[in-house]
Design a protein around this ligand. Sequence first.
Ligand SMILES: [Zn+2]
Ligand SMILES: [Zn+2]
Length: 179
Amino acid sequence: MPETQDTWKRCVEFHGHTCPGLAIGYRAALAAQERLQAQFSPDEEMVCVTENDACGVDAIQVLTGCSIGKGNLIYRDTGKQAFSFYSRKDGRKIRVMFKMQGNGHNQADRVTFQEQILNAPDEDLFDFTEPEDLPPSKARIFTSIVCEECGEAAPEHKIRLNQGKKLCLGCFPDYSRGW
Ligand SMILES: [Zn+2]
Ligand SMILES: [Zn+2]
């Protein structure tokens, strides 16, 4: 299908190379859009919660319009090859979990794996479930606070207090001790 080749090409152009990971995101986005009867989101019509920050997320952004910049792509790091999609319009939602195993790390294996992913039926690639939670709330605009150390402004929910001074995260002395 020429149209399919074109959408894949657009993902590769954005991502920079072809790889099995990009193919996972490509197929996940198409499968979710078909099941939610959703199209590309010019605004925040659709929200994606991605559970990884790997190659596939780039295809999700190109095809669904869920992006960091618009606030409708949310990164919830479990490290899994899973993506949940929520349609704000009609409340439909779906979680897409990639279930195929790769069979090696040399280049020939990767090319074969990528072709498998691009051509397999949806059901061989993914488990589909309905997430129980609601879509994350819409992106908000916060009041800006000027950091008393560096003088740069940051939204108030990113400001910390240190000995009574309002500090940005760049100036706040970290006390996370690994957490
Ligand atoms: Zn890649
Ligand atoms: Zn600062």
